[in-house]
Design a protein around this ligand. Structure first.
Ligand code: SAM
Length: 345
């Protein structure tokens, strides 16, 4: 009973701090650093995916904000019957204002875990995760000393990475073929995980298809086995903020070359307390074995399954027929030469 009282306190306290911290964010810096903090119900849904089966867990929280995601993992441990004996967290947060709140959250986590006898330690790295992690990985090539992580939980910032940027140089130095900050964070996390380590991340869905992310997909799918994905029906539902127009996905994956037979696809509207539906589908339907592009197909239900089967049965591809399709928005200025003043029947 005592544990469940503590549980409510931790989740709610951190969520109230998130709302207060968001109100005080500087809009310009917020856009530059992609500061969209995760609401409690999404953080909880993410933490619930992790298996956390080791007795001693090293957890990575890169771009930690005020620590909502780590707090959700701690909540999960407080709730569980099979608790680890120790938890170590490395949290990276570049914004010094948010790092102050992060400190408070991790202290609160320490108190809750002390109450149930789980040994807790943490380090807040007030640094740039991209440069720190890249440099550590490069040193590692020579010393092999860095301890890897058993689990990582992240809601990384989103922004294109300029070709001539320092970030790009760091990432190329560790062989990461990425074009956006969020795939940079994901890629570094993959490299920092131990064998059989797991990650859960909420990111835009854009890495699942399209040519820009193809090199990243090849890297990610070679290293990781997708266990589940969670999609939301509305674009801005998970964050409930007017300026989040990305379609998001929560992905749970394990670092192993052995792929599972099936993947679970969860769907919900993205409102808290909403019903979550799920569909179990074959791994080979999510990532087709002979697909050079390595698209990740999010087969949400049996209707999607059926459509995919029918598409695969078609004898030709569009490019074989000399056709191409644009999936972007139809905007008149791009098709000016096709516009007609009169309807010509
Ligand atoms: C989308 S927010 C998510 C915050 C938190 N993980 C959550 O889920 O509430 C991304 C966070 O990453 C931080 N950030 C952005 N770029 C960073 C970098 N290069 N290194 C470390 N943190 C960074 C931002 O300040 C922000 O707090």
């Amino acid at each position: 009973m005592a544990a469940s009282v503590a549980l409510v306190d931790l989740g709610e306290t951190v969520d109230l701090a998130r709302v207060a911290a968001t109100d005080h964010l500087d809009p310009e810096r917020r856009a530059e650093l992609g500061q969209v903090l995760t609401p409690h119900f999404v953080a909880k849904l993410m933490a619930d995916r992790l298996s956390l089966h080791r007795s001693s867990i090293r957890l990575l929280d890169p771009g930690a904000g005020i620590g909502s995601l780590t707090a959700a993992v701690v909540e999960r441990i407080l709730q569980s019957d099979q608790r680890p004996t120790s938890l170590h967290v490395d949290a990276f947060e570049i914004d010094s204002t948010l790092a102050v709140h992060l400190d408070d959250t991790l202290e609160l986590c320490a108190r809750h875990l002390a109450g149930i006898g789980v040994y807790f330690s943490h380090v807040i790295h007030r640094t740039d995760f991209i440069s720190d992690a890249s440099l550590a990985l490069r040193d590692d090539l020579f010393t092999g000393e860095r301890q890897r992580y058993d689990a990582a939980i992240l809601n990384p910032p989103y922004r294109k990475i300029a070709t001539d940027s320092v970030e790009r140089r760091h990432l190329e130095g560790v062989g990461l073929p990425v074009v956006n900050l969020y795939t940079a964070f994901l890629g570094l996390v993959v490299k920092l995980l131990a064998e059989d380590g797991e990650l859960v991340a909420i990111t835009p869905r854009s890495f699942c298809n399209g040519p820009y992310h193809a090199p990243f997909r090849r890297f990610f799918l070679d290293e990781m086995a997708i266990k589940s994905m969670h999609v939301f029906e509305s674009r801005k539902a998970a964050f409930n903020e007017a300026d989040v127009l990305q379609e998001n996905v929560v992905i749970h994956a394990v670092k192993t070359r052995i792929k599972p037979q099936t993947v679970t696809i969860f769907t919900s509207s993205g409102q808290s307390e909403d019903m979550v539906a799920y569909h179990e589908t074959l791994y080979d339907k999510i990532v087709l074995p002979d697909d050079a592009q390595r698209f990740i197909r999010i087969v949400e239900d049996s209707v999607d399954d059926e459509i995919q089967q029918q598409l695969q049965a078609l004898p030709s591809r569009l490019d074989h027929l000399g056709l191409s399709a644009s999936t972007g928005r139809v905007v008149d200025f791009r098709a000016a030469d096709l516009l007609q003043a009169e309807l010509n029947a």
